[in-house]
Design a protein around this ligand. Structure first.
Ligand SMILES: Cc1cc2nc3c(=O)[nH]c(=O)nc-3n(C[C@H](O)[C@H](O)[C@H](O)COP(=O)(O)OP(=O)(O)OC[C@H]3O[C@@H](n4cnc5c(N)ncnc54)[C@H](O)[C@@H]3O)c2cc1C
Length: 433
């Protein structure tokens, strides 16, 4: 006989999207079970960069950055064109922490603890293997969803939140609402594909600020080096995966960048890889996929909803945002109507991210050409005003679409709450080699 559990909401996946959803639901008194196939702390292939937008959402969730071991506040971003023009963009102000880097191993474990502390039942090391959703008459919110987990447990729930990342098993299981570029549940064409490695013993240039640079071989993608305490940097490349770009071509682009003159000189002669690089897709373009399925009973969030930004590939803020929005839709309508849950979540996503994603695609097409990328670095570096505001805009201290949405031009629209006032950076001993 199969062991069973019944709950209001089953959240599949304990990354930022799943933890944000489970924390918000549990705090509102909703019975929630979160399952993840991994045991935490676990690594997640990521650049580990936290924008002002992400920090604001972490702060709103009540995450204490001091509980995230590798949390490293950063105060400036250097953007470099292929010809070596560098724009230094300040990312500080009002005594607030506007940018940070934190290993996902640490960040995600702290977020999962937050969900547990809020009252969610968290089951680690138990992957979703099968999911069935019954068609219930009258759209009543009965326990229509039955999930089979790898440990043999069966979970029945009224709602399923799919927070299971880029290769979402929930999306594949239900084979619903797949975008044209998804084949057999696999994310392929049009999405970002990124490589990441941790490098120890880096130079002071690399350990003081965030670096992003354009290389013609990667456009509209880019390369980055993000500083962590102790002389460590998170280094990577982000490439648009199109029909003609094979896995071998991506691997060779990564090797070329790693051994290239700019990165070698930035990291310095003592730099060494902490471990081999990892690669992973970043599905982006939430306006092109189904985010609520099966009459509103199954809701997709974070990477499973293609929520990452199509211009930058940034996805942590968007995972937190969609996780929270989907939880709010369940809190507001879950007891009365799954269809209203689905409609309300769809509407929230449209209002918060769909326009941002359309703008990001336009920006991405501008920097796709070397001339566009060169022009962009020149424009943002023009003077102190452009540097300060480009930093705020890029790091989501303001909504990126604010120049396009006059209805938001009201007093205070540019002054969103400042996250984490006065977080001090703690320097652990330098690790070399
Ligand atoms: C190389 C790289 C660099 C990036 N850099 C940045 C950056 O600097 N800043 C930024 O904001 N974003 C960045 N991103 C994007 C960011 O990593 C993602 O958008 C973000 O992790 C999405 O969070 P999530 O919670 O939706 O999914 P995830 O973080 O992927 O979490 C999904 C969870 O689901 C679990 N899971 C999967 N399948 C199952 C299953 N069948 N059953 C149960 N559990 C399951 C997984 O174990 C995992 O814990 C980067 C991505 C890549 C690949």
């Amino acid at each position: 006989m199969t062991a069973g559990l019944e709950t209001d909401v089953l959240v599949v996946g304990g990354g930022p999207a799943g933890s944000a959803a489970a924390t918000t639901l549990a705090r509102a008194g909703v019975d929630v079970v979160l399952v993840d196939k991994a045991r935490f702390p676990r690594d997640k292939c990521c650049g580990d960069g936290l924008t002002t937008g992400a920090l604001r959402r972490l702060d709103a969730l009540g995450l204490d950055p001091m509980r995230v071991e590798s949390f490293t506040p950063v105060e400036s971003l250097a953007v470099r064109s292929e010809f070596g023009r560098i724009a230094h963009l300040p990312l500080s102000g009002n005594d607030a922490c506007k940018a940070a880097v934190a290993r996902r191993r640490d960040l995600d474990a702290a977020l999962l603890e937050l969900a547990r502390g809020a009252g969610a039942t968290v089951l680690e090391g138990q992957g979703l293997e099968a999911l069935e959703v019954e068609e219930l008459d009258g759209a009543l919110p009965g326990a229509a969803c039955t999930a089979g987990l790898s440990g043999g447990l069966e979970v029945r729930s009224r709602y399923v939140v799919a927070a299971d990342g880029a290769w979402s098993k929930v999306r594949a299981q239900l084979a619903v609402g797949q975008a044209p570029r998804v084949r057999g549940g696999r994310v392929l064409e049009g999405d970002w594909h990124a490589y990441r490695a941790y490098v120890t013993g880096v130079s002071s240039g690399a350990s003081e600020r965030l670096w992003v640079w354009f290389d013609p071989a990667l456009l509209p993608g880019y390369a980055w080096s993000f500083p962590l305490a102790g002389g460590v940097a998170n280094v990577g490349i982000c490439v648009r995966r199109t029909a003609g770009v094979s896995g071998a071509a991506l691997a060779s682009a990564w090797r070329d960048e790693l051994e290239g003159p700019f990165l070698s000189s930035l990291l310095g002669g003592d730099a060494a890889l902490e471990a081999p690089a990892k690669s992973w897709p970043i599905p982006s373009g939430i306006d092109r996929v189904v985010v609520a399925a099966r009459g509103g009973r199954v809701l997709y969030v974070g990477d499973a909803a293609y929520a990452a930004d199509p211009f930058t590939g940034e996805g942590i803020a968007q995972a937190l945002e969609t996780g929270t929005e989907c939880a709010e839709a369940i809190i507001d309508h879950g007891a009365t109507s799954p269809e209203r849950v689905g409609a309300s979540y769809r509407e929230q996503v449209r209002a918060s991210l769909a326009l941002e994603h359309r703008l990001s695609r336009v920006l991405s097409s501008i920097v796709a050409a070397p001339l566009g990328a060169r022009g962009a670095v020149r424009v943002v570096g023009l003077n102190a005003w452009t540097r300060r505001n480009a930093g705020r805009w890029l790091y989501e201290d303001v909504r990126r679409t604010i120049p396009l949405t006059p209805r938001r031009w009201r007093r205070g629209a540019l002054r969103l709450p400042t996250p984490y006032p006065r977080v001090e950076r703690v320097e652990p001993p330098v690790s070399r080699g």
